[in-house]
Every structure is written in structure tokens, then in C-alpha cells.
Design a binder for this molecule. Structure first.
Ligand SMILES: *[C@@H]1O[C@H](CO)[C@@H](O)[C@H](O)[C@H]1NC(C)=O
Ligand SMILES: *[C@@H]1O[C@H](CO)[C@@H](O)[C@H](O)[C@H]1NC(C)=O
Ligand SMILES: *[C@@H]1O[C@H](CO)[C@@H](O)[C@H](O)[C@H]1NC(C)=O
Ligand SMILES: *[C@@H]1O[C@H](CO)[C@@H](O)[C@H](O)[C@H]1NC(C)=O
Ligand SMILES: *[C@@H]1O[C@H](CO)[C@@H](O)[C@H](O)[C@H]1NC(C)=O
Ligand SMILES: *[C@@H]1O[C@H](CO)[C@@H](O)[C@H](O)[C@H]1NC(C)=O
Ligand SMILES: *[C@@H]1O[C@H](CO)[C@@H](O)[C@H](O)[C@H]1NC(C)=O
Length: 349
């Protein structure tokens, strides 16, 4: 018997309803696993993960008693520990220290050793150990084996030595912050990398901060960065970079919005330069680099620009008239440059 049009109609309604249900379920699943909520703790803690956390804690020194809640069975309720309420696995560990404050007695930081027992948390997607005091310790290589990580923040925690290339195994990583904390001391006391090929494997990366990491041994850094097509935020401030290529033949960096190249040692003409072709840029800071030459005409093409920092270079001459194309520009810093001419004309432009 042939189906009546009405039956067909009902059938497709049901199919649509089912599709919606499946979609809604898939959506809530991904939301819960990718951004665990602090209240997602109504699942019992997995015993092997509790042991891993306790072994990790045993290696730490915790003078401010930050981890006093780390007792009892329900590790999903411990400070800084977040479990998926779907699977019960620990998916997020947020142990950010309090950083530097004026009242140094009240600093709340962790120190000591980072135990490889962390590897017991194989479902970890988010790890933040920033602003602690792992003084004179290297970033552990085993972190590269937490292969589900999407978010990794190891910044400002007084790590020293080579950045382990094993981090290149974290192919799901979207956010990587390796800011080094030794900015006031000799940079060689902080972290360094002599070969950044490992970075090119992080093809989902959107945010990369290597501020104060010593990259002075690396000449061809740009082709590596150019392998990261999803990059939106790139911070390479005070990395002792010496080369900034004049152009990038095939730019992958079409999503890049924020580029900080402050305080490197380029000492070359400001133009031509690869970053003037990145017309998607909204924030560009190339201060303190020894760039010289006339104020670059290319600026007129960067119509998305919101903030432009050019200070403390040796740019000369008048701002180009095409700067009037930069309708979104809100901030222009250009102190200690040799821009001459009339201030009225400059403001007009
Ligand atoms: C958890 O939920 C309760 C009640 O909904 C709320 O009062 C509390 O602030 C939440 N805790 C966190 C850490 O979000
Ligand atoms: C997970 O927790 C959230 C927020 O507490 C809740 O809305 C959701 O229904 C829970 N999901 C499951 C599968 O228990
Ligand atoms: C960290 O490891 C070193 C060397 O194994 C050891 O001497 C030190 O006591 C450990 N620190 C803590 C807090 O366990
Ligand atoms: C991780 O990376 C290192 C160095 O890049 C490599 O030798 C090793 O085989 C990788 N391990 C895995 C499991 O992929
Ligand atoms: C652009 O990125 C992809 C993915 O990393 C890479 O395979 C490709 O070689 C890159 N293109 C260039 C010109 O570097
Ligand atoms: C601006 O962009 C156009 C089109 O891409 C190009 O032809 C021109 O040379 C650029 N101007 C400057 C000053 O770079
Ligand atoms: C501004 O500086 C340029 C380059 O040094 C020079 O050629 C020009 O005459 C100067 N203009 C004014 C108005 O001082």
C-alpha cells in the first residue's frame, strides 16, 4: 500500500525531530567536554585519577596551602579540578598562582616538582600551571603526552632551559602560552628554543605566546609560524629575533588579528616587510625594533587596523596621506620616532 501524503509528511516531521534531538545531544556533549563548568562535579571521582592527582600533589611544595581542599574521595570537588559530568574524567586542571603583587608575603604559588603522575589524567583538555614558582626547573617533556590538551598555559612560572619539542605532539592544542618570567634578568636564565619545527605540528593553534623565550638561534622562524593557518594571536615580544623577511610568498596567516613583535633586533628598513601584507591585522605592535626608513606607505592598506604601535624605531618623515583609509584606527603610538612636519597636518591625516 502506498503511503498517503499525510503519512509521508508526519514521517518527515518525526525524522526532523529525531535529527534535532541528536543534534542537541551532540551539541551539549561537546559543550560540556570542551568547557567544563565548575559545577560539573556531580559525578564520582575516578579512583585512578584521584591517585594521580595525589601523587602530583606529593611532588609539589605548597607553602600557602592552596590545595587544602585536596582530601577525601571526591576529587572532582577539589579546588582547581574539573571533571566531565558525562564521563567523570578530570578534564581541566586550573592551578594558576597569584602572580606578582606588591605585598610579596601574600603570594599564593605552588613550587617544587611537576610529577609525571599527571600522565594518569589522560582526558585532560585544559592545563594551567601559570604564575607559580617552578624555579630552575625545565618544562617536563611528558606534558607532550597529554594528547587531548587543547589549552596549555605554562607562562610566568620561572621555568628554565629548552622548551621540549615533545610539545609538538599536542596536535589538538588551540592555546599555548609559554611566556618566560625572566624579563628583568639575563634572558639566558629563562627558556629557549633552538629549533621550533615542533611548532609546525600544532595546526589547530589559535593563540601562541612565546614572549621572552630566547629564539636568537632561529633564523627561519617565519616559515614555521606560517604553517599555522588558524593562528589569530601571535606574541613574539623580546624573543631576540634578528630577521623579519621582506615578504611571505604564500601567506597562511589569513586569520591573524594580533601580532606583537616588540623588542626584537631587526635593525632593518621597515619596508618592505611581510606583516604589511596581513590586511586582516587589527593589532600590530612593532615597537623597539630598530626599524628605520620612511614612515611606511603600506599602512594605508591595513584597513582593519584598530591599534598600531610603532614607537621607538627610527622612522622618519610625514605620515602617509593614505592613513585616512584606516577608519577603524583607535590608537596610534609612535613616540620617539622622527616624524616631522606640522602637528595639524598630522592630525588631519
Ligand atoms: C554551583 O551552583 C550553586 C547553585 O546553583 C551556586 O550557588 C554556586 O555558586 C556554584 N558554584 C560554582 C563554583 O560555580
Ligand atoms: C552536566 O551538568 C550541567 C550543569 O550542572 C547540567 O545542566 C547537565 O544536565 C549535566 N549533564 C549530564 C549529562 O548530567
Ligand atoms: C624535587 O625533586 C628534587 C630532586 O629529585 C628533590 O631534591 C626535592 O626534594 C623535590 N621537591 C619536592 C618539593 O618534593
Ligand atoms: C613526541 O615528540 C617527540 C619529539 O618531537 C618524538 O620523538 C616522539 O616520538 C613523539 N611521541 C609521540 C607519542 O608521538
Ligand atoms: C599552510 O599550512 C598548512 C598546514 O600546516 C601547511 O601544510 C602548508 O604547507 C602551509 N603553507 C605554506 C605556504 O607554508
Ligand atoms: C595596497 O594594495 C594594493 C592591492 O593589493 C596594491 O596594489 C598596492 O601596491 C598596495 N599599496 C601599498 C602601499 O602597499
Ligand atoms: C622631514 O624629514 C625628511 C627626512 O629627514 C626631510 O627630507 C624633510 O625635509 C623634513 N620635513 C620637514 C618639514 O622638516
Amino acid at each position: 500500500m502506498a503511503k498517503s501524503p499525510m503519512d509521508t509528511l508526519q514521517l518527515s516531521y518525526i525524522q526532523i525531530a529525531i535529527a534535532f534531538l541528536l543534534f542537541a545531544q551532540a551539541k551539549s556533549t561537546t559543550e560540556h567536554t570542551s568547557t567544563p563548568q565548575p559545577n560539573d562535579t556531580n559525578t564520582a571521582c575516578i579512583a585512578s585519577e584521584r591517585s594521580a592527582l595525589l601523587a602530583f600533589r606529593a611532588g609539589l611544595s605548597d607553602p600557602a596551602n592552596l590545595l587544602s581542599s585536596w582530601k577525601g574521595d571526591d576529587c572532582c570537588g577539589w579546588k582547581g579540578v574539573y571533571c566531565s559530568n558525562r564521563t567523570g574524567h578530570v578534564v581541566k586542571l586550573d592551578l594558576q598562582g597569584s602572580g606578582y603583587t606588591i605585598d610579596s608575603d601574600s603570594r599564593k604559588v605552588l613550587a617544587g616538582n611537576i610529577s609525571s603522575s599527571l600522565l594518569g589524567l589522560q582526558h585532560l583538555r585544559y592545563l594551567d600551571l601559570s604564575f607559580n614558582e617552578f624555579d630552575k626547573m625545565q618544562i617536563p617533556e611528558f606534558i607532550g603526552s597529554l594528547h587531548k590538551l587543547r589549552y596549555l598555559d605554562l607562562s610566568m612560572s620561572m621555568f628554565i632551559g629548552r622548551i621540549p619539542p615533545q610539545l609538538g605532539n599536542l596536535s589538538n592544542l588551540q592555546y599555548l602560552d609559554l611566556r618566560s618570567s625572566y624579563q628583568d634578568r639575563d634572558i639566558h636564565d629563562g627558556t629557549y628554543s633552538t629549533d621550533i619545527m615542533w611548532l609546525s605540528r600544532l595546526t589547530s593553534l589559535e593563540h601562541l605566546d612565546m614572549t621572552y623565550v630566547d629564539l636568537s638561534a632561529i633564523v627561519h622562524w617565519l616559515p614555521v609560524v606560517n604553517m599555522l593557518p588558524t593562528l589569530k594571536f601571535l606574541f613574539l615580544t623580546s624573543c631576540q629575533l634578528r630577521t623579519s623577511p621582506e615578504s611571505l610568498q604564500l601567506s597562511n596567516l589569513t586569520s591573524l588579528e594580533t601580532l606583537f613583535l616588540v623588542g626584537n633586533q631587526f635593525h632593518q628598513r621597515s619596508t618592505p616587510n611581510w606583516f604589511w601584507d596581513l590586511t586582516s591585522l587589527k593589532y600590530l605592535d612593532i615597537s623597539y625594533n630598530g626599524f628605520y626608513g620612511p614612515f611606511p606607505d603600506e599602512i594605508g592598506n591595513m584597513t582593519s587596523m584598530v591599534e598600531l604601535h610603532l614607537s621607538a624605531n627610527s622612522l622618519v618623515g610625514m605620515m602617509p596621506s593614505n592613513m585616512k583609509n584606516l577608519c577603524n584606527l583607535e590608537v596610534l603610538y609612535s613616540y620617539t620616532s622622527n616624524i616631522n612636519g606640522s602637528i595639524t597636518e598630522l592630525l588631519h591625516r
